[in-house]
Ligand binder design. Structure first.
Ligand code: AGP
Length: 604
């Protein structure tokens, strides 16, 4: 939520900050701003609206600079207005700050500062920060100490970058919100996320909570709040900068849907041997999950749907399993010694999921982060990390990461069931792994044959859209509906097939589209309930591998290739992603940046 970028030592700070903001806009896009300085003057430009609107004279009049900070906002305190946009400045204008997170004690701090004569020009929590620094500078403290003193006063979560007029350096701090340093020969970058500066450098340091950083063009120092030096590891990111561009597509979402064959191939590469048959997770050799009897999964949104998929497989394998929306997690863990808590999170930065992960850690249960982002907070805080290796995902709607999360979870489930004494073994492991092995090609086939575009035109303008599925297709139905509402703004709901008749059927009227998912084996419930809906006028769009199975009651068919029933959901989901995408396109929605949303939700 909110993206921040800072650079020092670059040839053109305006250009670098704007590039970073464009790369980070998926984190928030209701207002944006930039501040630069050339060692003499510090100039700020900010306004409500998207980063793409920071153009023309608005930025052209900024001075040539080597140091800058920028921000793209997802509002928490105060509406998206010019005044509430970041950077925020001190009353003298000498101190400029960008911030991601929430300062929970900003109320009392604001009162205290107002009593001292500070006037606030925004509704934001952030504005207390430049005023606090200004206050300590006025008291005669040197800039390092003034910054530390201000940071000490803050409660809540923050990633902050600050500039002071006259200094070609950036000070930054991290507590509870992501912040990463990028290192180049004669420049440094700071950002909420690596894609911000990936085209400039792949050498990074992931900061930890409590870290304070000072960078100029040639030097970098990291300390704790007492000013004591702190050592952090240097990492190299193996993402390709081209992966963060649109690559000729109109939208990141379509690019990411169509890159699923490649993403999934990366996810499973080296991790399965269908001939043996074996699942090889380097991170978890045989015996890693010995003694585990209970698995808790926590996640939000799309990741929650992936977690439900994994949970169903664990349940069928005989493990005790609990899946909770992270924001509702209660840290009641009856048997922590034998419990594994898996946080499923693409970004590894979702505040609700991190909250659940931390609560789980306190119980003494073992924790595992299943995530896409190496070095993310979840990956660092959990006992273990398992990466889904999907590559960067920029579109706010999660697509390829869902597929890679589910595939990774199926592998994790196999590893757990091999170790856990209470679990049953999968009898058809070879067949399952063979099916997984060819899944990337089958996804490619789905993309090639999909009639989703034509179908979207045919069904545009209906009042509601329903999605139903049974067993592993239930979470896929939920995911189909979430994606549909998220990017089309139309009403959509997903249900377990059998639930339709327990209430939602009342909403079915002539012409209501019902997307019904079939895996070719566990289809009876969906068939019956789809038929019942059709009898009330619904139009059934079956997503299935064979016309034969659905001919009697389906109005339309979206074909998927034949696969193992435990993987069929990954193919149906691609059809549903395409239906959502093309419907949103017809409705001219801002597909990559749906209203009110952000890619990474770092506030609770
Ligand atoms: C889905 O399209 C969403 N953008 C959203 O539900 C997302 O999956 C959720 O916010 C969780 O994010 P995470 O995977 O990064 O934790």
């Amino acid at each position: 939520m909110c993206g921040i970028i800072a650079c020092v030592g670059t040839d053109d700070a305006v250009d670098t900050v704007l590039t970073g903001l464009n790369n980070l806009e998926y984190r928030g896009y209701d207002s944006a701003g930039i501040a630069v300085q050339n060692g003499r003057e510090l100039v700020v430009r900010k306004q409500a609206g998207q980063v793409s609107e920071l153009t023309g004279s608005f930025v052209e009049s900024l001075p040539e600079s080597t140091t800058g900070i920028g921000h793209t906002r997802w509002s928490t305190h105060g509406p998206p207005t010019d005044d509430n946009a970041h950077p925020h400045t001190s009353r003298s204008g000498d101190v400029a700050v960008v911030h991601n997170g929430v300062i929970s004690n900003y109320g009392p701090l604001r009162e205290e500062l107002e009593e001292l004569g500070y006037e606030f020009t925004s509704d934001t929590d952030t504005e207390v920060i430049p005023h606090l620094v200004d206050r300590y500078l006025d008291e005669g403290l040197d800039a390092d100490v003034a910054f530390r003193r201000a940071i000490e006063r803050l409660e809540g979560s923050y990633a902050i970058a600050m500039m002071i007029e006259g200094e070609n350096l950036i000070r930054a701090a991290r507590q509870g919100s992501p912040l990463v340093v990028g290192l180049h020969d004669d420049a440094h970058y700071l950002a909420s996320d690596v894609p911000a500066f990936l085209e400039f450098t792949d050498r990074v340091i992931y900061l930890e909570d409590g870290d304070l950083v000072t960078v100029d063009a040639d030097s970098l120092s990291i300390t704790d709040l007492d000013g004591e030096p702190v050592e952090r590891e240097l990492d190299t990111v193996d993402w390709n900068p081209e992966e963060t561009g649109k690559g000729g597509y109109d939208h990141y979402m379509l690019k990411e849907i169509e890159s699923q064959p490649e993403a999934l191939a990366n996810t499973i590469r080296g991790r399965i041997d269908p001939e043996e048959p074996a699942v090889i997770l380097e991170e978890f050799p045989a015996g890693s999950f010995e003694g585990i009897t209970d698995v808790h999964l926590v996640a939000c949104g799309t990741s929650y749907h992936a977690a439900l998929y994994g949970a169903r497989l664990l349940d069928e394998a005989g493990l005790r399993v609990r899946t909770t929306r992270a924001s509702e997690y209660t840290s009641i863990v009856p048997d922590p010694e034998h419990t594994l808590v898996v946080a499923v999170t693409q970004s590894g930065e979702t505040a609700d999921t991190l909250g659940a992960l931390r609560a789980a850690r306190e119980t003494g249960a073992r924790t595992l982060a299943l995530t896409n982002v190496v070095g993310s907070t979840a990956a660092r805080e959990a006992d273990d990390a398992l990466y889904i290796r999907a590559g960067p995902e920029i579109g706010v709607a999660a697509t390829k990461t869902f597929s890679s999360q589910v595939a990774t979870l199926t592998l994790l489930v196999e590893r757990i069931r091999q170790d856990a004494e209470t679990a049953t073994e999968r009898e058809d492991l070879a067949a399952f792994l063979r099916a997984l092995d060819v899944l990337p090609d089958q996804i490619e086939e789905v993309i090639r044959i999909s009639r989703a575009q034509a179908l979207s035109s045919a069904y545009e303008g209906r009042e509601s859209y329903f999605f139903i599925g049974h067993r592993l297709l239930h979470p896929v139905a939920l995911e189909g509906a979430l994606k549909f509402k998220e990017i089309t703004y139309e009403h959509a709901e997903g249900f377990a097939s059998g639930e339709l008749k327990h209430g939602p059927l009342a909403l079915v009227t002539p012409g209501t589209p019902v997307f019904a998912l079939f895996d070719g084996v566990h289809d009876e419930k969906t068939r019956t309930n789809a038929t019942e809906a059709r009898a009330r006028g619904a139009e059934i769009i079956a997503i299935a591998a064979s016309e034969r199975d659905v001919d009697a009651f389906a109005d339309e068919l979206l074909m998927i290739p034949d696969t193992h029933p435990d993987l069929s959901g990954l193919l149906s989901n691609v059809q549903l992603q395409l239906v959502s995408y093309y419907t949103a396109r017809l409705l001219e929605r801002p597909i990559d940046k749906p209203r009110n949303l952000a890619k990474s939700v770092t506030v609770e």
